[in-house]
Every structure is written in structure tokens, then in C-alpha cells.
Ligand binder design. Structure first.
Ligand SMILES: NC(=O)c1ccc[n+]([C@@H]2O[C@H](COP(=O)([O-])OP(=O)(O)OC[C@H]3O[C@@H](n4cnc5c(N)ncnc54)[C@H](OP(=O)(O)O)[C@@H]3O)[C@@H](O)[C@H]2O)c1
Length: 217
């Protein structure tokens, strides 16, 4: 069944893969971007519009009447993430809350930092992590803490594996809710293409409403 999706961050590294995956599976996507010139894809099921995820009125305008809002926004470095990730979560929730029972679901791209590691700690507890990375990880952690206070909006937060990069679309992945997914070689990784597969799978078959989950090989 075709779903109507409003996608923030559609021109980003991860968002552009989500855009391609959703279009290839027959969904109707509205790419919500600050600069439409950055979307070079053309497709009969694609509409491009301007919007700012930090402006709840702007979010509400594109969310209204759609089935799902996906946010794949980032902030560049640590400072940008602090200024963007939790504020975006608050703006998205405020907008969807305002739409009441007709509000779409929300799926947001999260971070790996808060995931549990085999030693019982969290990814961000590893010694020697650079300050900028810790800043980015905790920006996502703060947003997740916020989402976990929300029970009146159907949110899902999807943490990538520790490493997510453009690569191959295999269509295969494993999921978990709190534990970092590590492969047989000891690496935690997912291609941006397979991450996008997991996002669209969750859109088509909701399994993680009101929680965070993670995806890896
Ligand atoms: N292992 C991990 O945990 C991991 C690894 C990689 C990424 N991530 C997370 O995944 C997310 C996406 O990463 P990425 O590499 O795809 O980022 P990216 O390539 O930098 O793309 C970020 C996107 O967000 C958009 N954006 C930023 N602020 C916005 C706003 N106020 N309103 C609307 N759009 C806005 C940008 O639009 P403009 O082009 O207009 O700036 C861009 O499209 C980030 O939050 C990142 O931290 C997690």
C-alpha cells in the first residue's frame, strides 16, 4: 500500500537514501528541505517543498494529511547537533500533537551513542572519544530522553549501528532495541542504503511505535 511521507533532511547522506528507498517502493514522498535546489531527484511520486524542522508551524503544514513524518536531520558538528537534534524533536512533537488523532507517525534518525555495549556500559562511555563526537552522541541522547517522555505522539527513534556509511543495499539487517549490534568480526556497521531499507520496513510494518530500535549487520 502506498504511504504518504513527509521527509525532512531529504538531501542529506542518510535522508537521500531514505528518499530513494521510499520512492522505489511506491510511496508518495514530500521532500521537505531548506533549499529545493539541493534535490536533484525527479520522480512522479516526489514533491519538493521548503520547510524548517525547527519551526513547529512549518512541520505542521507538511505533516497535515500525511501518514508518516520522517526526520533525518543533522547539525554538522557538535554545536550544530545540540542546536538541532533535541529542538527538532520538540518541534516535531509539538506539531504532531497539535494535529491530534489525525497526526501522522514520526520516525526520526537517532544516534548510536546511547546504545549498550557488551561490557554493560554505553557506546559514549568508551575512553578516548573526541569531544565533537561526544557532543553529537549526547545531542541524540537528549532527544531520545525527550521522546521517552512523549506518550501522545506515535514516535519511533532509529539508532544506526556505530558506523553508517554509503555502500551496498543488501536488504538484510538485524535489529535490537537497546544493545549495539556487532557483527562476527566485532564491527558495528550498516550501510546508509540498508538503514533506509529498515526505515521503510518500519513505515510499512510498524513494530517500534513509542520506542527506539537499532539496526546493524
Ligand atoms: N552512528 C551514528 O549514530 C550516526 C552516524 C551518522 C549520522 N548519524 C545521524 O544521522 C543524522 C543524519 O546524518 P547525515 O550524515 O545524513 O547528515 P547530513 O548529510 O549532514 O544531512 C543533514 C540534513 O539535515 C538537514 N537539516 C538540518 N537542519 C535542518 C532544519 N532546521 N530544517 C530542515 N532540514 C534541516 C540538512 O539540510 P541542509 O542541506 O539545508 O543543511 C540536511 O539535509 C544526523 O542526526 C546524524 O547525527 C548518526
Amino acid at each position: 500500500m502506498s504511504t504518504t511521507i513527509a521527509l525532512f533532511g531529504a538531501n542529506g547522506t542518510i535522508g537521500s537514501r531514505i528518499l530513494d528507498e521510499a520512492l522505489s517502493r511506491g510511496h508518495q514522498v514530500t521532500a521537505v528541505v531548506r533549499d529545493p535546489a539541493k534535490i536533484t531527484t525527479t520522480h512522479p511520486n516526489l514533491t519538493v517543498t521548503t520547510g524548517d524542522v525547527l519551526d513547529a508551524a512549518s512541520v505542521a503544514a507538511v505533516a497535515k494529511g500525511r501518514d508518516v513524518v520522517v526526520s533525518a536531520v543533522g547539525g554538522g558538528g557538535a554545536e550544530g547537533h545540540v542546536a538541532t537534534i533535541r529542538p527538532a524533536a520538540e518541534s516535531l512533537v509539538e506539531a504532531l500533537r497539535g494535529l491530534g488523532d489525525a497526526a501522522p507517525r514520526l520516525i526520526s534518525v537517532g544516534g548510536a551513542g546511547s546504545l549498550r555495549t557488551p561490557d554493560g556500559k554505553q557506546v559514549w562511555d568508551k575512553e578516548g572519544l573526541p569531544e565533537f563526537l561526544l557532543g553529537i552522541m549526547h545531542a541524540h541522547g537528549d532527544a531520545l530522553d525527550y521522546y521517552r517522555t512523549v506518550s501522545d505522539v506515535r514516535w519511533t527513534n532509529l539508532s544506526p549501528a556505530a558506523t553508517i556509511e554509503p555502500g551496498e543495499r543488501t536488504g538484510s539487517y538485524r535489529t535490537a532495541t537497546e544493545d549495539l549490534i556487532i557483527d562476527a568480526e566485532g564491527a558495528s556497521r550498516i550501510s546508509a542504503e540498508d538503514y533506509a531499507v529498515a526505515v521503510v520496513d518500519e513505515i510499512e510494518r510498524p513494530q517500534h511505535v513509542g520506542e527506539r530500535f537499532t539496526v546493524g549487520y
